[in-house]
Design a protein around this ligand. Structure first.
Ligand SMILES: [Zn+2]
Length: 399
């Protein structure tokens, strides 16, 4: 989520729809009755079930254009696709946005019908608390209210369920439903208190960004002045508490010093839920190659942010995102890269990645660049799932 109070979402051209073919793939990950996920208000022609095959009306054209699309679509809809950071809950709480209704890319980036169409299986929904709340009590109330609305809407959707663990993600997605994870964006909303962290974890929050754009009472942010030179003792205690509670330490938004301090303290792999590589484009929100190597030693995952402002000054396309993924994989290793779109939190997305329906183009693009199917699966979701699983396992082992 941007710090800016008003979102101006980019206008996408009337791009072709993207819920595409799943070849003859009858794997458990493929929705067997995808129409059940699509509410009556959705256009009837975007997806349809054909036995165990899910097709998109435009698939034939894509495959005719390049036969590689057949492999890409089969792989994409078979793979677990996760996303480290989606800001749709802010729309749900503030605008009464209905997750189950279909919207277009000029309005928003994610809803359940478009998750189905784009093959997005398990996104982290951002429980975002603006820095304007500071560390007041109502920062916690704001987070809890957003969790309430996510829970209420998801409970009413047969095609989705809240996930609290890697096992939940596997179980929910096994029959084609969508697993909704939650992460807190804005460490200030913990008020620097372990009891608040415990309350958030009890509600299902599975990561916390130690900061948002603002330096807070325990950690420095990448886009604010340094007050602690990284993490102070309270921040270190919070990192230890997160390890104990099975809450992933999310180091997107923190300063470089906070990043290294947190890696000193954590005994569990961390996440950068929505961060890109500074070697390709210098921006305080991006991470250096040295940070990528440190992340790899920790066993964590960097989930590449699609926000065009972090990716380049000129024209930014899906190829720019693929360059980012390849760079991170080269420096950190392919086991440490994922996707963290920042959908519904940003005002400028790459051409060709205008909303969640465009995710198959990532899979196609990586195959086109010669990636193995197994490596593509890692980036799409397996790496993030591993980190989520490690956090849960570390927590369970202490009980
Ligand atoms: Zn953010």
């Amino acid at each position: 989520m941007l710090a800016s109070p008003t979102l101006r979402l980019c206008c996408a051209p009337a791009t072709v729809l993207a819920a595409l073919v799943v070849g003859a793939c009858a794997s458990a990950d493929v929705p067997t009755d995808v129409t059940a996920d699509v509410p009556p208000s959705a256009p009837p022609d975007t997806t349809f079930a054909d036995g165990d095959r899910v097709r998109h009306p435009d698939a034939a054209r894509l495959v005719a254009q390049d036969p590689l699309w057949a492999r890409a679509l089969a792989l994409h809809f078979d793979a677990l696709v996760m996303d480290g950071h989606i800001d749709t809950p802010s729309l749900m709480l503030d605008d009464g946005y209905a997750l189950g209704d279909r919207h277009d890319a000029a309005t928003s980036h994610v809803d359940l019908p478009r998750m189905v169409e784009g093959g997005l299986d398990a996104p982290f929904f951002s429980i975002y608390v603006s820095r304007a709340y500071g560390e007041r009590r109502d920062a916690v109330e704001r987070a809890m209210a957003m969790i309430d609305v996510v829970e209420q809407q998801v409970a009413a959707l047969p095609g989705a369920e809240i996930a609290r663990s890697a096992d939940d993600v596997r179980r929910i997605t096994a029959d084609g439903r969508k697993a909704i994870l939650m992460g807190l964006e804005g460490g200030h909303a913990t008020r620097g208190r372990v009891d608040v962290l415990e309350a958030l974890a009890a509600r299902g929050v599975r990561y916390v960004t130690l900061t948002h754009s603002n330096t807070n009472s325990f950690a420095d942010a990448s886009t604010d002045s340094a007050r602690w030179g990284g993490l102070n003792d309270t921040g270190r205690d919070l990192v230890r508490a997160m390890n104990r509670l099975g809450v992933v330490v999310d180091l997107s938004h923190v300063s470089d010093s906070t990043f290294y301090d947190a890696l000193e303290v954590t005994t569990v792999p961390v996440m950068l839920s929505h961060s890109s590589c500074g070697a390709l484009y210098r921006h305080p929100r991006n991470v250096s190659d040295d940070m990528l190597r440190a992340l790899a030693r920790n066993g964590g995952v960097v989930m590449i942010n699609f926000y065009a402002t972090y990716l380049g000054a000129g024209r930014v396309t899906v190829e720019t995102v693929l360059d980012q993924i390849e760079h991170a994989a080269r420096v950190a290793g392919v086991d440490h890269v994922g996707l963290g779109s920042d959908f519904d939190g940003v005002d400028r997305l790459p051409e060709g990645l205008e909303d969640a329906t465009r995710l198959p183009w990532i899979t196609y693009g990586l195959l086109k660049r010669g990636w193995s199917e197994q490596d593509v699966r890692k980036v799409l979701g397996l790496n993030a799932l591993r980190v989520l699983e490690a956090a849960g396992a570390a927590s369970a082992s202490r009980e």
